[in-house]
Design a protein. Structure first.
Length: 221
């Protein structure tokens, strides 16, 4: 069977880090750097001609927010996998990156091997965040309850569970509708029912809950 080679786009303004990442990724037989940019402007310009499978985005860019760039890339192509790269080992940045559309959060001080593991895990439609950060996000979650069963997925119908899991994986409403062979309106209805059952008041709370649920089931070791 022919080996699938993943095209990867890197955005980082530090030349040494950028070149190091390119060398690391190109050294893998199943990965290829299809483009690189040093700032938000360059990334947005290149996105018009590139079709990457995954983007690695530094959160600290000289001409704008890496978080905003992640959101723009995700909105432009919800099927693109995104990993946030940061100097901060902080749950606040990790949570915001996930809410913007990233499916991985890696510290620049992490090992090269961890980055490669993260890339492959995210490419396999899983979330990659260190367990200690996941735990901090869980504790900081604004969803307060004394009944630990309130957010149990047991109360969801099979179809609602499918929708909830797709939210946790970062799959867009449109893509979920296509996968389940239903209308977008039907998916939106399921989202409302899930929020009602979990006593959630916004799409942000729903996304946070879905991500945390997914992280707990697919924890990074």
């Amino acid at each position: 069977m022919e080996l699938k080679v993943h095209n990867i786009f890197i955005v980082d303004d530090h030349e040494l880090i950028l070149q190091g990442l390119c060398q690391l990724v190109n050294g893998e037989i199943d990965m290829h750097i299809c483009g690189e940019a040093a700032n938000v402007h360059g990334a947005l310009k290149m996105r018009k001609t590139l079709t990457p499978d995954l983007a690695i985005v530094d959160l600290s860019l000289p001409d704008g927010s890496g978080l905003d760039l992640i959101k723009q890339l995700h909105n432009w192509d919800p099927g693109m996998h995104i990993i946030a790269l940061s100097m901060h080992d902080d749950e606040l940045y990790a949570e915001r990156a996930l809410n913007c559309g990233a499916r991985g959060y890696i510290n620049k001080q992490d090992s090269a091997q961890k980055l490669l593991v993260g890339i492959r895990q995210v490419m396999n439609n899983k979330i990659f965040v260190k367990p200690e950060i996941t735990e901090k996000i869980r504790k900081k979650s604004s969803i307060k309850t004394t009944n630990k069963n309130v957010l149990s997925t047991d109360i969801l119908t099979n179809r609602e569970l499918q929708v909830f899991e797709s939210i946790g994986q970062g799959i867009s409403t449109k893509k979920t509708a296509q996968l389940l062979n239903v209308s977008i309106k039907t998916i939106e209805s399921h989202r409302r029912h899930i929020k009602d059952k979990f006593n959630l008041y916004s799409g942000i709370e729903l996304t946070r809950s879905a991500i945390l649920s997914y992280l707990e089931k697919n924890q990074v070791k």
